[in-house]
Design a binder for this molecule. Structure first.
Ligand code: GLC
Ligand code: CA
Length: 541
């Protein structure tokens, strides 16, 4: 077993390097830029940084199409810059976690290029198959996440290869022990450089137990043969036993299509934590035709189910694939109040909280008024599909924008100077025009800002172990009121959050010391109504 579990007492901050801070004016965020902001992160109270991919990549999916695993993309700097980042972070008590993208490589990866030759030792690194109908039709009916078929025909190989994501992301074959060995070497390479661990990209999909035709399904056709397979568990156990259990480390696996049961298995001698998506899909936004209005009560029930079901959750409300949480679950009218409610929820639930860059200042979704402004391959794919189906330009753009991952990828808003202080050049993606109001500099000066609320709450969390190790106890309420307690032998803290724009009658009268409240109250005993997006943390004992 591992000796310490540092990550349980820490807050993780996710950086999307391309959009965080540009040091050399080329419009792309980079490693020296990150280093220049370490003091900011230290002051915020961050203990671990998770970096979205910084490996060389053709950027079809901005780093999630890796063309070389043990190098740094020149967009972001050099391996020496990276070593310096590890060192400078360490000096500030911050550890670095990398993104491990092993379900697929870029089709520009050397292995893939070699694998096109029939007799190549890399042939079996991927899934090369002859098609049906004399090689004219894809080998099976599986669906890709970013396009239609999960197979692409290649002239040179005169065969088809599997790609669960874009055509430029070819799936690796984990039935081949050599692939598993390669991955172990990659993991060890980065750990030896002082990296603390990994976020493992779409990890519950890496093992394909068969390539049979799948049963009909509106989304992710084929999943019964690749999601949560026994073969996947076996590989993760191997990584755990041979590598991670022997070092102080942290692993968190990204798992779409995950039941509580699956999650329990993944977090027993395999991974430290998993990211599940039930709460992000509360409004079914991933399938636009089924999407519905956000319902806070349903949201609460999902979160509570996972709190009770899993020993240690990876809690998050945003990442580089999701809308901004204040736009998703909060309110435009009560921007600050709702951003603070979400902060309280994120930081007080049991588990390790993951803050996504900009969430701590309440960054919002953007407006993209022209398809040319959109960089996200999945949104562009949806737009093209709709246009093909004769949707008008406006309508197609609107639907594409609902799932557009660029909302989370606009540049970090540092100050109110041009381009939000992100770059001195031309930013690779449009800056959200609201940076004049929502930015780090302004919020740092304002003791009542979203950023100040995060800092204060993180300090309270650091000073009160009950918010880290305390048991999670749901408190029964209905409607938009979310309430729960955290309890250990010595202390009991209670959290109340009104996640709506309406006043809510307060059914629970809270007697105790108010540690923090977004309406700056210092007593809740006589409060009979919670105001729109009001939240408070109260020390009962
Ligand atoms: C994960 C990443 C996402 C990427 C996909 C394919 O879901 O978070 O950004 O597009 O995997 O690698
Ligand atoms: Ca740069």
């Amino acid at each position: 077993m591992k000796q310490t579990q540092y990550f349980k007492s820490q807050v993780v901050y996710q950086i999307y390097p391309r959009s965080f801070c540009d040091s050399n004016g080329d419009g792309i965020g980079d490693i020296p830029g990150i280093i220049s902001k370490l003091d900011y992160l230290k002051e915020l109270g961050v203990g671990v940084i998770w970096l979205s991919p910084i490996y060389p990549s053709p950027n079809v999916d901005f780093g999630y199409d890796v063309s070389s695993y043990c190098e740094v993309s020149s967009d972001y700097g050099t391996l020496d810059d990276f070593k310096n980042l590890v060192l400078q972070s360490e000096k500030r008590g911050i550890k670095i976690v990398m993104d491990l993208v092993i379900n697929h490589t870029s089709t520009k990866h050397r292995w893939f290029i070699e694998s096109k030759k029939d007799n190549s030792p890399y042939r079996n690194y991927y899934f090369w198959r002859k098609g049906r109908n004399k090689n004219k039709k894809a080998p099976n009916n599986w669906q890709s996440m970013f396009s239609t078929s999960a197979w692409k025909y290649d002239d040179e190989a005169d065969s088809w290869y599997l790609h669960l994501y874009s055509e430029e992301q070819a799936d690796l074959n984990f039935n081949n022990p050599k692939v598993i060995e390669e991955v172990k070497n990659i993991i060890t390479f980065w750990l030896d450089l002082g990296v603390y661990g990994f976020r493992l990209d779409v990890i519950n999909n890496i093992f394909k137990s068969s390539l049979k035709n799948a049963k009909p399904s509106l989304s992710r056709r084929g999943k019964e043969y690749y999601a949560n397979q026994d073969g996947c568990h076996k590989i993760l156990q191997e990584f755990h036993d041979e590598i991670f259990s022997k070092r102080e480390s942290m692993t968190v696996g990204e798992c779409y299509m995950l039941s509580l049961q699956d999650a329990k298995k993944f977090t027993t001698n395999e991974l430290d934590m998993v990211f599940q998506f039930d709460h992000m899909n509360v409004d079914k936004r991933s399938i636009p035709i089924f999407s519905k209005k956000f319902n806070p009560e349903r949201f609460k029930n999902i979160l509570f189910k996972w709190q009770k079901g899993i020993q240690w959750n990876a809690n998050y409300l945003e990442n580089h694939d999701q809308p901004r949480s204040v736009s998703h679950f909060g309110s435009k009218r009560y921007h600050d109040e709702s951003a603070k409610c979400l902060a309280m929820l994120l930081l007080c639930l049991k588990g390790t909280p993951f803050i996504y860059q900009g969430e701590e200042i309440g960054m919002t979704n953007s407006e993209f008024n022209d398809i040319k402004e959109i960089k996200d391959i999945s949104a562009i794919g949806v737009y093209k599909m709709l246009r093909k189906a004769h949707f008008g330009e406006k309508k197609a753009l609107k639907i594409a924008n609902n799932i557009n991952r660029d909302h989370a990828r606009t540049p970090m808003q540092w100050d109110n100077s041009i381009n939000a202080g992100f770059t001195g050049g031309i930013p690779w993606i449009k800056v959200n025009p609201n940076y004049a109001d929502i930015n780090v500099m302004a919020e740092n000066k304002n003791p009542d800002s979203v950023l100040s609320f995060y800092k204060e709450l993180l300090l309270i969390k650091k000073e009160n172990k009950v918010l880290i190790e305390g048991e999670f106890i749901p408190i029964h309420t209905s409607g938009s009121l979310i309430s729960f307690a955290r309890k250990n032998d010595e202390h009991e803290f209670q959290i109340v959050i009104n996640l709506s724009e309406k006043n809510i009658k307060n059914p629970i009268f809270l007697r105790g010391e108010v540690l923090i409240s977004n309406y700056l109250r210092n007593d809740y005993e006589t409060v009979d109504s919670l105001l729109p997006f009001e939240c408070a943390l109260i020390k009962i004992r």
